[in-house]
Design a protein around this ligand. Structure first.
Ligand SMILES: *[C@@H]1O[C@H](CO)[C@@H](O)[C@H](O)[C@H]1NC(C)=O
Ligand SMILES: *[C@@H]1O[C@H](CO)[C@@H](O)[C@H](O)[C@H]1NC(C)=O
Ligand SMILES: *[C@@H]1O[C@H](CO)[C@@H](O)[C@H](O)[C@H]1NC(C)=O
Ligand SMILES: *[C@@H]1O[C@H](CO)[C@@H](O)[C@H](O)[C@H]1NC(C)=O
Ligand SMILES: *[C@@H]1O[C@H](CO)[C@@H](O)[C@H](O)[C@H]1NC(C)=O
Ligand SMILES: *[C@@H]1O[C@H](CO)[C@@H](O)[C@H](O)[C@H]1NC(C)=O
Ligand SMILES: *[C@@H]1O[C@H](CO)[C@@H](O)[C@H](O)[C@H]1NC(C)=O
Ligand SMILES: *[C@@H]1O[C@H](CO)[C@@H](O)[C@H](O)[C@H]1NC(C)=O
Ligand SMILES: *[C@@H]1O[C@H](CO)[C@@H](O)[C@H](O)[C@H]1NC(C)=O
Length: 384
């Protein structure tokens, strides 16, 4: 309808136009050419309108989007308005604080600058002081060198060998030390009076030297006495150890032999005329006991003093026998007459002591006894 109305309007207008331009043709019918032109115009117009519609729609959408965007931006900006203001205030506060700090720093800086000037002054003063101390030090060094030189001389003194001299030297050194201590206390005055101190030191040194000489004399005589004492005690030691060795030998050389005939009945002496005692009861330190058992002869192994005891029991009345050393009589023994007493057997005993050497022999000779009662006839020898 709209379209038709528009078309009619145009047509009508066109009619007016045609009427104005060529009044003569107003009543002439529309030619094909006019129709085509009109139709094309309609088509063009429609196309342009469609395009316009699209453009308007596009513009509407754009406007909507822009509106939304602007709204959002506004909201955000509104939100930020408070933050920004705060930021500004904060910044302002900070700036003021900085200003304040700057002012106080300026004050501090001035104080530091003053301090620095003071320090500089003090440093200059110190430098002057150090120069003074160094000068004093040189003087002290010179003094120390002198003392060291004299100390070396002291250490070259002879070494001292006995305790007494060492003790006295120690005592002397202590005095020296005290003197040195005093010297140290008076170091300032020493610096002013080097020569005087040097004299003191030399005096002390010579005192020490003379003391040392005295000590040497004492040391010498002490040494002589000591040598004599050592000699005497050395001799005493030799004598004592000789005696000790002898005692040891005597103690270790124990000898004891106790032996009887053994048989319950009469026994005969040996062909050599000696009593036999083959029943050994005690044997200590005897190496030739088999010779003794077979021959009745005891052979001495260790020289020394011995005690001998012999008892012979026999039916021989008034019997005589002997203890022999190296087959020579040492002590005689006797068995009395017992026929008068209706006793069948009787015994006699010899007790004696003898000093014998190595390889000496001891035996008991039968005398006039041709048989003896074995069980009660015994022989004992003991080294004392
Ligand atoms: C920003 O904030 C201040 C105070 O909070 C207010 O006066 C001002 O109107 C605000 N601005 C806008 C655009 O909202
Ligand atoms: C400014 O800074 C000072 C020190 O930082 C603080 O004590 C004070 O509250 C601040 N003032 C404001 C308005 O933020
Ligand atoms: C400088 O020396 C004077 C006197 O010796 C002293 O009182 C002062 O504290 C010194 N100054 C410094 C910064 O050490
Ligand atoms: C130290 O001794 C040397 C030579 O020994 C001398 O030249 C110097 O002047 C002395 N110094 C002082 C401060 O006495
Ligand atoms: C140390 O020597 C001094 C004199 O040089 C003397 O008077 C003192 O008795 C001595 N001391 C001893 C413990 O001998
Ligand atoms: C040391 O002894 C000798 C003789 O033995 C003597 O001439 C000398 O004077 C003595 N020295 C001292 C310091 O006593
Ligand atoms: C000590 O003995 C030795 C040798 O044994 C001897 O040379 C020295 O003279 C003796 N000394 C004394 C003081 O008897
Ligand atoms: C000590 O014994 C040995 C050998 O045993 C001897 O030569 C020396 O003379 C003895 N000495 C003394 C002091 O008896
Ligand atoms: C003792 O006798 C034995 C054997 O006959 C012999 O070897 C030894 O040398 C003798 N000893 C002495 C000190 O005569």
């Amino acid at each position: 309808m709209k379209l038709l109305f528009l078309l009619l309007c145009i047509l009508y207008a066109n009619g007016f136009l045609l009427e104005g331009n060529a009044v003569t043709t107003i009543s002439a019918p529309m030619s094909d050419r006019h129709y085509d032109m009109l139709f094309n115009m309609l088509i063009d117009e429609r196309r342009a309108r469609q395009q316009q519609d699209r453009l308007i729609e596009q513009l509407q959408q754009d406007l909507l989007a822009t509106k939304q965007e602007v709204t959002q931006k506004y909201i955000v900006w509104n939100k930020n308005n408070g933050t920004l203001e705060n930021l500004y205030l904060e910044l302002e506060n900070k700036t003021k604080n900085m200003e304040r700090n700057c002012n106080s720093m300026l004050v501090s800086f001035k104080a530091v600058a003053n301090k620095y000037t003071e320090l500089q002054n003090n440093y200059t003063m110190l430098k002057n002081l150090v120069v003074k101390v160094e000068t004093t030090n040189h003087v002290l060094e010179n003094k120390t060198n002198l003392i060291e030189k004299e100390n070396k001389m002291l250490t070259q003194l002879q070494t001292i060998s006995d305790l007494k001299s060492v003790y006295n030297l120690w005592n002397q050194t202590k005095h020296l030390e005290e003197e040195l201590l005093k010297t140290n206390y008076n170091l300032e005055s020493i610096v002013n009076d080097v020569d005087a101190r040097k004299q003191d030191f030399l005096a002390l040194f010579s005192r020490l030297k003379s003391t040392d000489k005295k000590l040497d004399n004492v040391s010498e005589s002490f040494h002589d006495e000591l040598t004599a004492t050592v000699n005497a005690s050395n001799h005493m030691f030799v004598v004592l150890s000789n005696k000790t060795n002898l005692m040891k030998r005597l103690i270790s050389e124990k000898v004891a032999l106790s032996s009887c005939g053994g048989q319950y009945g009469l026994m005969n002496p040996t062909i050599d005329g000696m009593f036999k005692f083959p029943d050994i009861r005690t044997s200590v330190g005897v190496s030739s006991s088999s010779i003794f058992v077979n021959s009745g002869v005891f052979i001495c192994k260790y020289a020394g003093l011995y005690h001998i005891s012999v008892t012979i029991m026999t039916d021989v009345s008034v019997a005589y026998f002997e203890v022999r050393k190296n087959n020579k009589i040492l002590v005689p023994g006797c068995i009395p007459n017992h026929n008068d007493h209706s006793e069948y057997y009787s015994s006699g005993t010899i007790n004696t002591a003898v000093e014998i050497d190595i390889n000496d022999t001891i035996s008991v000779w039968k005398g006039n006894v041709n048989h003896y009662y074995g069980y009660y006839s015994c022989f004992t020898i003991v080294k004392l």
